[in-house]
Design a protein around this ligand. Structure first.
Ligand SMILES: Cc1ncc(COP(=O)(O)O)c(C=O)c1O
Length: 384
């Protein structure tokens, strides 16, 4: 069997460590249990799975209080819980133009926000964020790594500005958790939303939200916590406050195995591998006439995501040809981040995105660059 070359990792990583797959299967069979809902051994086991995985994530993100991590089904829910939880009584938010619509739509729905534009390589200037602070600003939201250009934002500098101005700082780590270093205290992060199913290499249906002590959240979803059954109001202790409804215990157990894998391999080594592939791809694409790679060329400020355009062909068409004729999975279009495309100059036709994971190799880089050369050659042949 020939496998498709899978480069849609920023959407979700398709290949997971074997230990993750085994854990998911085993725990589905043996531990499809409701965590902390009773005194029987399965309920106790379920609760232990949840705390064990929180402990591992706390180690990865340098969080000193693991009980302040709540599990969600993805980063979108975590971001909605954070944004609505902080702004429930009103207040202004500052977001950047590199945000995913999992941030932009909730702030837009609430209505009181400012978008700080990044430069045309996708980098936000912290001073621009400082300048956007108003009297009623409560929250700054910034994506750690762009899901379009792969640009990594100066999170620690932005965090310092938030802290100095008494604001809550929410970081969207959907594209960085598991590869780019995160230290919530050193970076002054009050709220950290992450996906479990992307670069953390965990199963689909996993994500989470860390809530630091400065962040006073109103619960976004209420009920079904298992605790305080006699009360008509949501418990305010963490993580129960944010654990409404039955948790996906087998997936959380498997996420724990994914974090074990990352801690063992070393996130910086995984990032170095992905960057090497990305750099090689950028160099190859830069040498093809009519192909433009988005973002800067300083690899220390990028992750393993590369987006590019092909002159004369809409990005969705390039991505379709790659899938149908070359069996290479990329994503064309606007990647749920239209303002990021506006920032990067690709609002009209979007871009083709290829993102590397731990499991990609130089073979995949070569296959994609040969395919793009071919597509460009064929395009020229049609035009002459
Ligand atoms: C930067 C960013 N934020 C948020 C999300 C939403 O993540 P999830 O799919 O886990 O809800 C994504 C997904 O691609 C993303 O790239």
């Amino acid at each position: 069997m020939v496998f498709m070359i899978y480069l849609d990792n920023p959407a979700t990583t398709k290949r997971k460590p074997l230990s993750v797959v085994t854990s998911l299967t085993k725990n589905t069979l043996l531990n499809s249990v409701n965590a902390g809902r009773g005194g029987h051994k399965y309920s106790i086991k379920g609760a232990k799975i949840v705390t064990d995985t929180a402990d591992k994530l706390a180690k990865l993100f340098k969080i000193s209080a693991p009980e302040r991590i709540a599990f969600t089904q993805n980063a979108t829910l975590a971001l909605n819980m954070a944004i609505n939880g902080i702004l429930s009584q009103g207040g202004h938010a500052i977001v950047t133009s590199m945000e995913h619509n999992s941030v932009l739509r909730p702030v837009n729905k609430l209505g009181n926000y400012t978008v700080v534009y990044a430069d045309n390589e996708g980098y936000v200037n912290p001073e621009d964020i400082k300048a956007a602070i108003k009297d009623d600003t409560k929250l700054i939201v910034c994506t750690h790594a762009s899901n379009v250009s792969g640009s990594i934002q100066p999170i620690a500098e932005i965090g310092k500005i938030a802290r100095a101005n008494g604001l809550i700082f929410l970081v969207d780590a959907a594209q960085s958790a598991g590869t780019v270093d995160i230290d919530v205290d050193a970076m002054c992060i009050d709220l950290l939303a992450f996906s479990g199913h992307k670069s953390l290499l965990g199963p689909l249906g996993t994500g989470g939200l860390y809530v630091g002590e400065r962040a006073r959240l109103e619960p976004y979803i209420t009920g079904g916590t298992g605790s305080l059954s006699k009360s008509l109001t949501q418990p305010l202790t963490l993580p129960d406050m944010l654990h409404s409804g039955t948790l996906n215990t087998p997936a959380i157990a498997a996420l724990g195995r994914a974090v074990d894998f990352i801690l063992k391999k070393g996130s910086s080594k995984i990032l170095a591998h992905e960057r090497l592939l990305a750099e090689n791809l950028i160099n190859r694409l830069d040498s093809i006439d009519g192909v433009s790679v988005l973002g800067g060329r300083d690899m220390n400020k990028r992750n393993g995501t590369v987006a590019f355009t092909v002159d004369g062909m809409p990005s969705e068409e390039v991505s379709r040809i790659l899938a149908v004729q070359y069996d290479i999975a990329t994503r064309g279009g606007w990647h749920c981040a239209y303002l990021a495309h506006k920032t990067l100059g690709t609002a009209r036709h979007g871009a083709v995105r290829a993102g590397f994971s731990y499991y990609n190799s130089m073979y995949d880089v070569r296959a994609l660059s040969y395919a793009i050369s071919d597509i460009v050659k064929n395009l020229r042949a049609v035009h002459f």
